[in-house]
Design a protein around this ligand. Structure first.
Ligand SMILES: Cc1cc2nc3c(=O)[nH]c(=O)nc-3n(C[C@H](O)[C@H](O)[C@H](O)COP(=O)(O)OP(=O)(O)OC[C@H]3O[C@@H](n4cnc5c(N)ncnc54)[C@H](O)[C@@H]3O)c2cc1C
Length: 267
């Protein structure tokens, strides 16, 4: 709560069990931090809006063009990519902003930088969600976060609402070697154990596999939690290269603030 206030969240309030029961009669809690300004957005619509605003400002967006090499030649960067027809082409730029998520370390490697030496290696960490049958979704009306665990790999499995009113739990967190977005049904027990302590109305059979995502973590297994890296690599001899590495949650929430940071680095 102190950290939240320090971050400028003015409406945080410590509430006791009775106050919790008035807000959310179906959850079990001895106390809670109430955060009335917490909210959810439609991420797809947000992306569409940002895309439209970028196009309006003259941006060119090239989907399905895969960057396969980057060279630095003193006058900026030559970025080689494979176009949708499978041909290799290249583009020259003075500023290169690397925000390639799970592949952002690979983009850095293209420039001959050893990502392990500078802590830029990405360790993919999967997060799955399970949803609850519609009848029980209405039992909770807000996002409910349990207290964070000591060995923090993510926020811990929490209860979120979707814009259409469904109740969803997740994400869990486990490191993966390959990138697939399946949800393992066998993980239902882990979800049940995590939420059963504060959602007593839930039965194991209420849980259904929902969706999964993969975080681009720079925190290796067992390491302490790492902050985002947003760096103009001028000290490494790469003027004009801005790296955004390890942009996991809450990267979407903070995307506009990150963009402001990048803008100020360029200016
Ligand atoms: C399970 C899960 C839950 C999350 N929950 C939240 C949340 O509640 N709130 C929140 O704020 N954030 C959340 N996040 C985090 C959020 O999704 C990310 O922080 C955000 O998507 C990062 O945006 P980005 O643009 O940096 O990277 P990405 O969204 O990963 O985009 C990178 C892009 O680069 C492209 N790319 C990669 N390599 C290449 C290449 N070689 N050539 C060309 N293009 C390339 C990719 O195709 C992709 O389009 C969650 C993430 C996960 C996995």
């Amino acid at each position: 709560m102190a950290q939240g206030r320090k971050n400028g969240v003015k409406d945080l309030e410590l509430i006791d069990g009775e106050q919790v029961a008035r807000l959310e009669p179906n959850i079990k809690a001895v106390a809670a931090i109430s955060s009335p300004s917490t909210g959810i957005v439609d991420s797809h619509k947000l992306m569409l809006r940002l895309e439209w605003l970028a196009l309006e400002q003259g941006a060119i967006i090239a989907y399905n063009h895969e960057v396969i090499g980057v060279d630095s030649k003193g006058d900026g960067y030559y970025v080689t990519y494979r176009n949708p027809a499978g041909q290799h082409e290249s583009i020259h730029c003075r500023w290169l902003i690397n925000c390639a998520g799970l592949n952002s370390d690979q983009i850095v490697s293209f420039l001959g930088i050893n990502v392990d030496d500078i802590g830029y290696r990405i360790y993919p960490c999967k997060g799955e969600y399970f949803s609850v049958s519609n009848t029980k979704s209405a039992f909770v009306s807000r996002l409910i976060y349990p207290p964070p665990l000591k060995e923090l790999k993510g926020l811990g499995i929490h209860a979120t609402k979707t814009l259409d009113g469904r109740l969803r739990f997740g994400p869990n967190a486990f490191y993966v070697k390959t990138l697939d977005y399946d949800v393992n049904e066998d993980h239902a027990q882990e979800f049940y154990d995590a939420v059963n302590t504060y959602l007593p109305f839930l039965n194991y059979s209420d849980l259904h596999p929902d969706m999964a995502g993969i975080r681009p973590k720079i925190q290796a297994p067992g390491d302490a939690i790492c902050d985002f890296i947003v760096c103009h690599e001028v000290d490494r001899g790469f003027e004009g290269l801005i790296n955004l590495i390890g942009i996991e949650s809450p990267g979407l929430t903070s995307s506009l603030a990150l963009a402001e940071m990048v803008k100020s680095l360029i200016h």
